[in-house]
Ligand binder design. Sequence first.
Ligand code: KG4
Ligand code: ZN
Length: 361
Amino acid sequence: MPAQHQINIPINGVVMGQHPTEVIMILSIESSCDDSSIAITEIATKKVLYHKKISQEAEHSCYGGVVPELASRLHAVALPEILAETKPYFDTLKAVAVTNQPGLGVTLLEGIAMAKTLASLLKIPLIPVHHLKGHIYSLFIEKETQFPLLVLLISGGHTQIIRVESFEHMEILATSMDDSVGESFDKCAKMMGLGYPGGPLIEQLALKGDEDRFDLPVPLRNSPLIAFSLSGLKNAVRLVVEKLGGASEMSEQDKADLSASFQKAVKRHLLQKSKKVFAKEPIKDFAIVGGASANKYLRNAYENLCKEFHKTLHVAPLQYCSDNAAMIGRYALDAYAKKDFIDPEEIDIVSTKKQQAGMLL
Ligand code: KG4
Ligand code: ZN
């Protein structure tokens, strides 16, 4: 392809950017759960030139959650389909980055196999990316990093507050003892027969509900622990559903009221524990990331909390809250600058045991 040749690649039907071929890029891949996504990020400008995500929500919806083997099979179809669109960029690639932990083993493997092949064929370095660090870097897509930062990560797999000093130094200050925020939304939605993913469905229904109708317990309210727990609240929701005769007997208004009451209890739990962290941590900048950070009710609550504690709230653009390859690419830009590479023969998914410990960043 001649130098300066312009390529327009549609992203879900939208042209995101153009590039001359001498510009250098990183290709990033995300497949840790039920989203197949690939992005191309320009190294010098940090611009996302291509980004595509194929979600599997419709396929998993009837199961009320992600079925790993089904997810893996769908990645095996979707990832090569997306990769084919990025071929015009191949001669500009300087590295390939891939999520290698934490996540579902069988789905991580799909992305890793593709990344290894690309790195070997194109003879470019391979960058392993920790998914949660990717979520943190979703804040910096097309921007410079801003540290130090306190981060609340609320996703389908994790609920954590992390002190982020720099690329190298991230420390978990509070973590979940059981269900994560996203998981609890998904499970409560399933109990009410709403579908998957539950987060956006509950948030929408809650807009029409009375958040004071059901007196649900705020988890760990009287505990000095700085930690998160949502399984007790989930069980309280289950009892209400049973009392009302099950999902099929509940009216739309019952579901809206229960959604609103549940969301209020989650908010109060998150805020109560966050306040305890704020009281100890002088860092001025605070961010919420992860799939559940798209929730406007929670965002508004944190806006008010940050005002009260004189902190500045940061959030990622809505399209980059849930899993995506652009955030993996943004993290990879900093990893590339630090030559944080791995031998393709050595990259592997991190074992489940290490993943659990790997709640440690
Ligand atoms: O970050 P993410 O895409 O995947 C993981 O890394 O786990 O998060 C997905 C989770 C799902 O559990 C989904 O229900 C939740 O994020 N979620 C929400 C909202 N949008 C997505 N939870 C609450 N409110 C939302 N608006
Ligand atoms: Zn995620």
